[in-house]
Design a protein around this ligand. Sequence first.
Ligand code: NDP
Length: 386
Amino acid sequence: MAKVLCVLYPDPVTGYPPKYARNNVPDIKGYPNGQTVPSPEGPLGFKPGELVGCVSGELGLRKYLESHGHELVVTSDKDGADSTFDRHLPDADIVISQPFWPAYLTAERLAKAKKLKLALTAGIGSDHVDLKAAAKHGVTVAEVTFSNSISVAEHVVMMTLSLVRNYLPSHQYAANGGWNIADCVSRSYDVEGMHFGTIAAGRIGLAVLRRMKPFDVHLHYYDPHRLSPEIEKELNATYHETPMSLVKVCDVVNLQMPLYPSTEHMFDDKMFDLMKRGSYLINTARGKLCDRDAVVRALESGKLAGYAGDVWYPQPAPVDHPWRRMPYEGMTPHISGTSLSAQYRYASGTLEILQCFFDKRPIRSEYLIVDGGNLAGTGAGSYKLD
Ligand code: NDP
């Protein structure tokens, strides 16, 4: 019998279950690179389209786990020395957490988690786990690769249009009863003809490029590995040897690389100095890719015309986090990868990974980040331990 400790975001303040706007979500069969969607065995413990990412939703796992004799503890209480998470961690075999409400598995916490074998990310991005410490302690780290990549790519397109066209302030004028056209359009432009670049062209970054192409922008990208000539031709995209070269020419810059020690604070005062005056920065990757206060300075000086994203540090962000109040921001809480459509896929993938783990079958290599004491699978391509 295993103890599964699952950290999820709190229920809606309006109660659970919510009243759903639609009856279902589209059934996606596969991903653009040919990878198949999760395929757990047996029935799912929820209906596609239900809110399962919050505490009462339990990722739909309770029936499966308890019918197999396992214990499931679900909590949103994850921070502070006496949190429910900390109290259960020492005898947990498996921790499940979502990047939206991350249970930070630091080296100190991993040292106390003597029984831990699997740290499972219900979603994508396992930087809330100290990967080096996980490797040292022989903990397998896995995530549900591709489950919410398109969800995030759609969010990036939305945020790009929203910033460039000055949507949020204009909406606010209308909602407040105003008709201030001149105020609304004083910062409103078309994206057509602009230079749009993404730093990292992995699953999400490439999907963003493909979605931006019909807007007749000039596309740019930087990634440690160059895309194939066929894809570069399809997109008519310019490859840059460095992120610095890209930011010098782009009007909109999108961040899509993973967070690991050497990408932390890649966007600092020095990087902002290189950007064009009036650039827009979109960050749905991780908050710590940017120096928090340098972002505020760049907006205040006019170097950045706008900053939008859904990732912060820490999460949840404190109420006095400056990104909540800085000028020209289009921030949301961390929601892009947890639409009801995405939850269907990552909750199914979580079940698939658990079934593989308990049945001693291999976990798909594309889901692995750390295994056997080292980076593995997708982790070996996308992350570095230092
Ligand atoms: P992928 O692994 O498909 O892509 C990551 C890409 O980043 C790879 O192409 C990798 O290059 C590249 N990369 C690695 N290091 C660098 C670097 N130093 N500079 C530039 N590029 C680099 O991941 P996804 O596209 O699925 O996800 C990317 C990130 O987005 C996740 O790590 C996560 O942090 C975030 N995310 C956010 C979500 C949200 O809800 N906001 C949801 C899902 C993900 P290569 O492999 O060629 O070496």
